[in-house]
Design a protein around this ligand. Structure first.
Ligand code: DC
Length: 220
């Protein structure tokens, strides 16, 4: 029986990187739920819908043709938007639309449907607390804002995206505050989640620690 794994934590704590490696090692599929909020923000921006216009955003999601294939791409209305949704303005937009209860409800339902048969690793903000409340393995991954900003600068430089340290640090702090203080499903650690502070850990050390937790929790 394949189970699901929940990974939560603030932006740039390493959730996606770790989820990708785990998925490869376990033969599971990684579903990046943040990318779905990003796709909503991207679509709203293109259609001229304000990020706080809940009624029209929910309508838009109902009609939205969003595909999240197992290879990690994000396909909206047949177009590959994987790169565009990583831009700074979309990061903030995703955090804005994620405040809306209707938007959360619609995306949570999609996420639960996708991973209903198990074998998925979901990373996000509300996975252990809302989307996969019964997951046997829940990880809460954190790192200092400074460590996260440094990592994001390196990633962005590789991708040719905005890479000013101070701007990125500011954005991370702002998004942390917004994601932790919103009314609906704010980012919090699930009671049964295991916290890992990745500030001073290498990727391989984090993967090893998570594999230990999976074994402890499931015997696999
Ligand atoms: O993980 P990310 O940085 O790509 O997520 C973008 C935004 O989406 C983040 O600021 C908060 C929101 N989000 C959320 O509210 N719930 C999730 N499960 C995933 C992301």
């Amino acid at each position: 029986m394949r189970f699901n794994i929940a990974i939560d934590g603030p932006s740039a704590a390493g959730k996606s990187t770790i989820a990708d490696i785990l998925a490869e090692r376990l033969g599971y599929t990684h579903l990046d739920t943040g990318a779905m909020y990003r796709a909503v923000a991207y679509s709203a921006l293109n259609k001229g819908i304000a990020y706080d216009d809940e009624e029209n955003i929910v309508k838009m999601i109902e009609e939205m043709d969003l595909e999240m294939p197992a290879d990690g791409r994000v396909i909206l209305e047949g177009n590959d938007i994987s790169e565009e949704i990583r831009k700074n303005e979309i990061s903030m937009g995703a955090s804005d639309v994620s405040k809306l209860e209707g938007c959360r409800k619609a995306l949570v339902a999609m996420q639960q449907k996708i991973c209903a048969d198990g074998g998925y690793i979901l990373d996000g903000r509300d996975i252990g607390t809302v989307v996969l409340k019964d997951a046997p393995v829940k990880i809460y991954m954190v790192a200092s804002p400074e460590a996260r900003a440094e990592r994001r600068v390196k990633q962005n430089l590789k991708k040719g995206l905005e890479a000013d340290y101070e701007t990125i640090l500011e954005d991370i702090k702002k998004r942390d505050y917004q994601d932790m203080h919103r009314e609906h499903s704010p980012l919090t650690k699930a009671e049964d989640a295991v916290e890992i502070d990745t500030s001073y850990m290498t990727i391989e050390e984090v993967v090893t620690r998570v594999m230990e937790i999976i074994e402890e929790k499931t015997g696999v």
